[in-house]
Design a protein around this ligand. Structure first.
Ligand SMILES: C/C(=C\CNc1ncnc2c1ncn2[C@@H]1O[C@H](COP(=O)(O)O)[C@@H](O)[C@H]1O)CO
Length: 259
């Protein structure tokens, strides 16, 4: 690690474990998630897992405590690898700004690519920008456009926060991580574990192959129903995406008022 001209160390690899920041030789070879889920270390189950449960609990407490006062929010997902000039990052920045202007906080994974673009759009438009980071072997730290950032050790604790504090999910082009978040959300809505809320796919060309497969194979083979497919909305239009969310909010408020 070299020293920069202002006397501060240049940034290098960094790992975040809850409140703890680890650098250089202190970075462990594995993550907390890996240690929890690894079935090769059976002998640790008796001695370590009970303590891990307390750590998991503390992550829930930290998340609930920090996010409890958020205004209505939308979780935005997408690739960690997209470059700032990519069409999906431009769309994410526009979306972040439009959501902020409509009064929604924007929640992302706090990483680079689409996440950073959405956080940037929200911040530049004067909105609230949230980043829920995750400890990963190749993590890059929470992006600079996040106003409130939390670093999680455990994926499942972080995912609870994405769902609990969001009025809607918007999913832009991405890889496995994005698909995981998309299908978790849609499964929670399908099984009525959460109140029906919009799950919007943006980047119609990117998603069309998947959508066609869901319709032509999954639906055709009876593995999902027509109403399940209708849970997904597709658009490239930022204003339409925001309108879907606003309308769903209004419908929910009316339904709650009638109860
Ligand atoms: C891959 C690189 C950095 C990874 N950093 C991440 N930081 C925060 N959140 C992440 C990161 N990588 C994945 N995620 C989560 O999954 C989704 C994106 O995954 P995908 O596989 O790229 O689609 C995203 O929404 C995050 O919640 C260095 O380039």
């Amino acid at each position: 690690m070299t020293d920069s001209t202002n006397g501060r160390r240049q940034g290098g690899a960094e790992r975040h474990r809850g409140a703890v920041t680890l650098r250089r030789e202190s970075i462990p070879p594995s993550t907390a998630d890996e240690k929890l889920l690894d079935s090769h270390h059976r002998r640790e189950w008796k001695t370590k897992d009970a303590w891990r449960a307390l750590r998991i609990l503390s992550e829930f407490v930290e998340g609930f405590d920090t996010l409890a006062d958020l205004p209505p929010a939308v979780s935005v997902f997408g690739s960690a690898r997209s470059t700032p000039e990519s069409p999906e990052c431009e769309m994410a920045a526009d979306l972040g700004a439009a959501l902020a202007e409509a009064g929604y906080a924007v929640i992302t994974g706090g990483g680079p690519g689409v996440m950073e673009a959405a956080n940037r759009g929200a911040t530049e438009a004067g909105g609230m920008s949230i980043g829920l980071g995750i400890e990963l072997p190749f993590e890059q730290g929470i992006n600079d456009w996040v106003d409130i950032g939390i670093d999680f050790r455990y994926f499942f604790v972080r995912k609870t926060m994405f769902v609990k504090y969001a009025q809607a999910f918007v999913v832009l082009p991405g890889g496995f991580g994005t698909l995981d978040e998309l299908f978790e959300a849609i499964t929670l809505v399908q099984t009525k574990k959460v109140t029906r809320f919009p799950v919007i796919l943006m980047g119609t060309q990117y998603w069309s192959g998947l959508f066609d497969w869901l319709k032509g194979t999954m639906l055709a083979d009876g593995k999902i129903s027509e109403s399940d497919l209708e849970l997904l909305r597709l658009t490239d239009d930022v204003d339409e995406a925001v309108q879907i969310i606003v309308d769903a909010d209004a419908a929910l408020a009316e339904a709650n008022g009638k109860r």
